[in-house]
Design a binder for this molecule. Structure first.
Ligand SMILES: [Zn+2]
Length: 262
């Protein structure tokens, strides 16, 4: 039984990026701890509006609580920084924003949690935060600093298999699932190439839990979002797309996993 600390930028990232892995690890008897850098203050306003007197932060914290319950998270902690908004926005540098935080200082706070938990494994993002969001990039920097400070023995970088994503887009027609309406060039910088991946977590059996945790974040993930519109089990690839492909540190340490389209 291990203690695994997952670090994420905003409420909902844990569900989207590593929800299947978290549920799988919790079911396996491991202690799953979630550290969330911000409360996602700059997220979308819920389609149905907020309740009278309710703030977006309160809504998102409540949604996160529910997602944690669904995923079997034993403890959730906020680092207490502010959401920095999307890349290039002025909020990136506002006082208290996570993206502008001092890496050693934030790393020190996270290291304290890693030590308190006697963490065996830390799961964070790859060097570009999967897709370049400044808070996600900062999660990587801060996590790596913290792991060094705390001497956490194993670090995985949760990412997406870029080659697999490209093959998904090519097969969109036969699968009936339409990929997000993004510039196809984006796919070339999403995640990491298959050759860099060392680990592929099969979360096929945890897809329903992952989806339920995403639904808990209803203010941010609508029912018709492309995440929830993905075929559930009829497709051979839902597990890989929803799983965590990570890498030990440094990247080259383990043998590259073969690209498995499941
Ligand atoms: Zn995020």
């Amino acid at each position: 039984m291990a203690t695994i600390v997952f670090v994420h930028a905003h409420p909902d990232d844990e569900a989207i990026a590593t929800g299947g892995t978290m549920a799988k690890m919790a079911d396996g008897g491991h202690r799953v701890v979630l550290v969330t850098a911000t409360r996602g203050e700059l997220g979308e306003l819920p389609a149905g509006g907020l309740d009278p007197g309710e703030t977006l932060t309160e809504r998102r914290v409540a949604e996160l609580d529910e997602a944690c319950r669904i995923l079997g998270v034993a403890r959730q902690v906020f680092l207490g920084y502010l959401d920095s908004g999307m890349a290039g926005e002025a909020d990136n540098q506002r006082p208290g924003s996570f993206a502008s935080a001092d890496v050693a200082e934030a790393g020190g706070v996270l290291a304290g949690i890693l030590e308190e938990e006697d963490a065996d494994v830390l799961v964070t993002y790859d060097e570009h935060g999967g897709y370049g969001h400044p808070d996600h990039v900062q999660v990587h920097r801060v996590s790596m600093a913290a792991a060094d400070m705390a001497g956490t023995p194993v670090v995985y970088l949760a990412t997406m298999n870029r080659d697999f994503m490209a093959s998904l887009a090519e097969r969109a027609e036969e699968s009936g699932w339409t990929p997000p309406d993004r510039d196809p060039e984006d796919l070339k910088t999403m995640g990491e190439p298959a050759a860099r991946l060392t680990t592929d977590v099969d979360v096929t059996a945890w897809i329903d839990r992952k989806r339920a945790s995403m639904r808990a974040h209803a203010s941010q993930i609508s029912d018709d979002s492309f995440f929830l519109a993905m075929p559930r089990t009829s497709s051979p690839w839902s597990g890989a797309m929803s799983g965590t492909s990570g890498s030990g540190r440094p990247w080259a340490r383990g043998p590259p996993a073969s690209t498995r389209a499941r």
